[in-house]
Design a protein around this ligand. Structure first.
Ligand code: NFE
Ligand code: MG
Length: 568
């Protein structure tokens, strides 16, 4: 039996999943990005110093990550080293982004795959308080608080207005939590909405706004530092940042991580489902300017192949190539060629069916996403990749965090190759990142204390100083994984610009060798109890935190007819 899920919701962008199901288990899967964008074409012939402003609009969810990759690509091409203060402010902005994005993913995009909202109505608020207090010291965990949340939820249901909770596979037998844990999840879903809005004020302070901070510059940042000026980064702002980071730490350690572990303990079977490729890649990032020694990165550089946790291999971006064998593009050199992004081409060539249709022609082209490969290998990127690579390399804080989670859940390291592992890794790296932010902030404070206000390196600002032709790449470990932009500059203008983003690595289609992408591979073996309500498919797809706007970088101007689910 073949099933199509389109659109997949509680993600960013337009994703279609087709699966073949036999005897209640997925036997094959196809992932399709159904929307075209054209940022790479829009950037052609522009001033490379302006690229970040356009590139940042690739996505409204991960926002800042494309500005960062873009300025880094141009700086790399022009041989610019940015001042330490700029590096620290970039790391603080990106680190805050990572934590906020992971919390929002857990509660607002993923939790309802595990939490049945309707069962929360059956919970005893007193018992919920007891459960919550056994998990953490979060001060809101009282009977009256949970009673208030439940009453609000009842009022929604009685008015026939479940609102944001209206569409779910409620009552599905795959939901395993007791009513109290469901009420806890719903309460924190609502709390996390407020928390993330407060926490991301870090971007307003350092970048002027969120989404899309405005303080980037090729050569550094435009975040002015002056302890004697009320409108610049001064002692007041540093103190506000400290408070915001502390509140972030409280929420991650007292709400997010305890909820993650409590929910995961009811779903241990998902530690054996959804593993997929078993090969993982990270460029590495943070704690260092990107062109310096990769060994000192906070998230290390590395490659794991075929679940081999004995070693990691170094990652070199020259080994990256994008294929379009199954993507709606043409390459001058033919359908089966892989192109390094410096030689990348963006020539759309839609050959898919016109709606209405039942299924895509998955033997041919079936996605707007290209298929990036590392030296022919299909790899997964993201929190699980980064966590495994750091674990294998013996990074002490990662090792301690991973071993702690494994012990608490009573599972071994092989359990990490799974849907649950992906979701747990996101929590682990949020915990490590929120603990790290105060260090970067105090380094910034120390620099300012020493009278070092340098924030921008301007000696390469004038295009007259540039070489006639230059190539650069800028990488970042974005919330969803390894991101890079590649730029070819000629006569002061962008001759070619290519972005290969985390969701392209993970959600891309098959390549010239027929190798599946990470989603496609991970879905194989997933149980599907009721094809009309494929909640299990959502669990594995959501565990990657899909972002299709990032992955395709564009918008189909024509409306499409979307059926929720087609079963044939
Ligand atoms: Ni639009 Fe993105 C992230 C990037 S794509 S969310 O994180 O880059 O996966
Ligand atoms: Mg691209």
């Amino acid at each position: 039996m073949k099933i199509a899920i389109d659109p997949v919701t509680r993600i960013e962008g337009h994703l279609r999943i087709e699966i073949e199901v036999q005897n209640g288990v997925v036997t094959d899967a196809w992932s399709s990005g159904t929307m075209f964008r054209g940022i790479e074409l829009i950037l052609k012939d522009r001033d490379p110093r302006d690229a970040w402003v356009f590139a940042q609009r690739i996505c409204g969810v991960c926002t800042t990550v494309h500005a960062l990759s873009s300025v880094r690509a141009v700086e790399n091409a022009l041989g610019i080293t940015i001042p330490d203060n700029a590096r620290l402010i970039r790391d603080l902005i990106a680190g805050a982004q990572l934590v906020q994005d992971h919390v929002v993913h857990f509660y607002h995009l993923h939790a309802l795959d595990w939490v049945d909202v309707t069962l929360a109505l059956k919970a005893d608020p007193g018992a919920t308080a007891t459960l919550a207090q056994s998990l953490s010291v979060w001060p809101k965990s009282t009977r009256s608080y949970f009673k208030g949340v439940q009453d609000r939820l009842k009022a929604f249901v009685n008015a026939g207005q479940l609102g944001i909770f209206a569409n779910g596979y409620w009552g599905h037998p795959a939901y395993k939590l007791p009513p109290e844990a469901n009420l806890l999840g719903v309460a924190h879903y609502l709390e996390a909405l407020d928390w993330q809005r407060d926490f991301i004020r870090i971007h307003a302070i350092l970048g002027g706004k969120n989404p899309h901070p405005q303080s980037y510059l090729v050569g550094g940042m435009a975040t002015a530092i002056n302890p004697d000026d009320m409108s610049k980064i001064n002692a007041d702002r540093i103190s506000l940042l400290q408070q915001l980071i502390q509140r972030g730490d409280d929420f991650v350690n007292q709400v997010y991580i305890p909820d993650l572990l409590a929910i995961a303990s009811f779903y241990k079977d998902w530690a054996a489902i959804g593993g997929g490729l078993g090969s993982y890649m990270a460029y590495g990032d943070y704690g260092n300017d990107v062109r310096e020694q990769a060994e000192t990165y906070f998230f290390p550089n590395g490659l794991i192949l075929a679940k081999d946790l004995s070693t990691t291999l170094p990652v070199d971006h020259h080994q990256v190539a994008e294929y379009i064998t199954h993507s709606w593009y043409s390459y001058a050199e033919g359908n089966d060629t892989g192109l390094h992004p410096w030689k990348g081409e963006t020539a759309p060539n839609f050959t898919g069916p016109q709606p209405p249709y039942d299924f895509l022609n998955t033997d041919g082209k079936y996605s707007w996403l290209k298929s990036p490969r590392y030296d022919t290998h299909a790899v997964e990127v993201g929190p699980l990749a980064r966590t495994l690579i750091a674990y294998v390399q013996g990074k002490p804080d990662v090792k301690a965090a991973v071993d702690g989670v494994l012990a608490q859940l009573g599972v071994g390291p092989a359990a990490l190759f799974s849907t649950l592992g992906r979701t747990a890794a996101r929590g682990i790296e949020s915990k490590l990142m929120i603990a790290q932010l105060p260090t970067w902030l105090s380094q910034l404070e120390d620099n300012i204390g020493r009278g070092d206000y340098r924030i921008h390196e301007g000696s390469h600002w004038d295009p007259a100083t540039w070489p006639k032709e230059a190539f650069g790449w800028g990488h970042h470990e974005a919330p969803r994984g390894s991101l890079a932009h590649w730029v070819h500059i000629k006569d002061g203008r962008i001759a070619n610009y290519q972005a290969v983003v985390p969701s392209t690595w993970n959600a891309g289609p098959r390549d010239a060798r027929g190798q599946r992408g990470a989603y496609e591979s991970a879905l194989i073996g997933t149980p599907v109890v009721d094809p009309e309500k494929p909640v299990e498919i959502l669990r594995t797809v959501h565990s990657f935190d899909p972002c299709l706007a990032c992955a395709v970088h564009v918008v189909d101007p024509k409306g499409r007819e979307y059926a929720n689910i087609r079963v044939v």
